[in-house]
Design a protein around this ligand. Structure first.
Ligand SMILES: NC(=O)c1ccc[n+]([C@@H]2O[C@H](COP(=O)([O-])OP(=O)(O)OC[C@H]3O[C@@H](n4cnc5c(N)ncnc54)[C@H](OP(=O)(O)O)[C@@H]3O)[C@@H](O)[C@H]2O)c1
Length: 273
């Protein structure tokens, strides 16, 4: 039995809640997350078997730090799934900014998983970074990162997972990225064509570190299989640039500068400001 935490697990149709239900069925203790108390109540109603729901708005650095504090007070964790995401902006819609003037999509999708993974101590044994096949349309230059769009942020998620896989390897931590495919959730829309059960099975495998995922780290998964950068098809491979360790390092340096949060390597004191 594992203790598993899933961010952005407040929507009754969402992959977070669906994966939580599947993991609970398999005997795990699952903890949910919502942006506010109303959404936390929604999460409890949708998934009554969950152990608890943590409340934190990931649209600010402070909100994510407060979540890390809650996780540290209740850890250690076997697995953390970075599932929360701000959706793709509709054509012509301005990217909203948080109270610090930073675009929310960047803060929720890119900065929050970096901050949480850096501040949770001891680290979880396994991390799941939920990306998307849309990362292939992302910009690997990392230019104007705060103005990034959804595809860019999903590319960042893969870079983050690969970087943490390297950095936390000597602590026995496994870190993987996955694409759920285009599946029917509030974000995906009701006519999404891909197999949502296969997406949930992938969350389960990676959160448990079981079956074909046992001992695996630094990989990109789709429909329960690790995929390579040379595969074919939209979802069945990842952008080969993501294997570039310099690019992974560059992203971490950039996020450290923006957030003021140091990655785990430099920790001497685990207190969170
Ligand atoms: N569905 C697809 O076809 C598809 C395809 C590729 C990748 N994905 C990825 O799969 C993951 C789950 O998406 P989903 O389809 O299940 O959509 P979803 O139900 O909309 O899930 C997104 C979750 O993130 C939460 N969230 C967003 N902003 C937040 C904030 N500021 N603070 C706290 N929580 C916040 C949402 O909370 P609220 O409910 O309160 O807004 C929601 O619970 C995402 O990472 C998404 O990018 C989905």
């Amino acid at each position: 039995m594992a203790r598993i935490f899933i961010t952005g697990s407040s929507d009754r149709l969402g992959l977070g809640i669906r994966s939580a239900r599947a993991l609970i069925k398999r005997g795990h203790d699952v903890y949910l997350h919502a942006r506010n108390s109303q959404r936390a109540q929604d999460a409890r109603t949708a998934c009554p078997g969950a152990k608890d729901v943590f409340v934190a708005d990931l649209a600010s650095v402070e909100g994510t730090k407060s979540l890390a504090k809650q996780l540290n007070q209740t850890g250690p964790w076997d697995a953390i799934a970075h599932n929360a995401a701000h959706p793709r902006l509709a054509q012509g819609v301005t990217n909203p900014k948080n109270k610090d003037g930073i675009p929310v999509l960047f803060v929720v999708n890119t900065l929050a998983p970096y901050i949480l993974t850096s501040l949770v101590n001891p680290p979880a044994k396994r991390y799941v970074f939920v990306s998307s096949g849309m990362h292939k349309g992302g910009d690997p230059s990392l230019l104007n990162i705060q103005q990034c769009n959804y595809s860019d942020s999903k590319l960042h998620n893969v870079l983050l997972s690969f970087w943490f896989a390297r950095r936390l390897a000597d602590r026995g931590v496994l870190s993987n990225a996955m694409s759920p495919g285009w599946v029917a959730t509030r974000m995906g829309g009701s006519s999404a064509p891909d197999d949502i059960d296969a997406a949930v099975d992938t969350y389960v495998l990676l959160a448990e570190g079981s079956g074909v995922a046992e001992g695996e780290t630094g990989k990109y998964w789709y429909q329960t299989q690790a995929r390579s950068s040379s595969g074919t098809g939209h979802e069945t491979s990842y952008l080969k640039e993501l294997d570039d360790e310099d690019l992974q390092d560059q992203l971490i340096e950039t996020l450290e500068k923006i957030s003021g949060v140091k990655p785990p390597e430099y920790f001497t004191n685990w207190d969170i400001d």
